[in-house]
Design a protein around this ligand. Structure first.
Ligand SMILES: [Zn+2]
Length: 141
């Protein structure tokens, strides 16, 4: 079983000219692995949220990126030890090594699924938790 904690609740608010937006950021813990989903674009808020969990950027094992929109991915590079699961032709980046991944690369409790619609290349996670299956669906919904 895996657990999910919402570190940052996402928002999209129109301004007079533009938007104020950040993705929802989740911490998924499965076994001894820590996964950040869509780290967003607000560095100060993200670092504070990690600090609240007694985590440093180097403690994160995987970063999952649902799709390419900047409010979801601008802070992806913060996690110096993480491997990156990306929407980009379903490749996992381990520094400069690109590897294909299967739907259960994050373990049997987490399934990576294609969820096109918002954009063609969009991935979601379906996580088996003690409360049941939970989808982390980026901007699909
Ligand atoms: Zn989007």
């Amino acid at each position: 079983m895996a657990t999910i904690k919402v570190l940052i609740e996402g928002y999209a608010k129109p301004l007079d000219k533009g938007w104020k937006a950040n993705s929802t950021v989740c911490l998924v813990t499965v076994g001894d692995k820590k996964i950040i989903t869509d780290p967003g674009c607000n560095r100060e808020t993200l670092l504070k949220a990690l600090d609240n969990e007694n985590l440093k950027t180097g403690d994160i094992d995987y970063v999952f990126l649902s799709h390419r929109h900047p409010d979801h991915i601008l802070l992806a590079g913060l996690f110096e030890n993480a491997k990156y699961i990306t929407f980009d032709t379903n490749l996992m980046y381990n520094k400069d090594v690109l590897l294909e991944f299967g739907e259960h690369v994050l373990g049997e409790d987490i399934e990576i699924v294609d969820t096109p619609g918002h954009v063609n290349e969009h991935l979601s996670l379906v996580v088996d938790t003690p409360e049941g299956k939970v989808a982390i669906a980026g901007d699909v919904i």
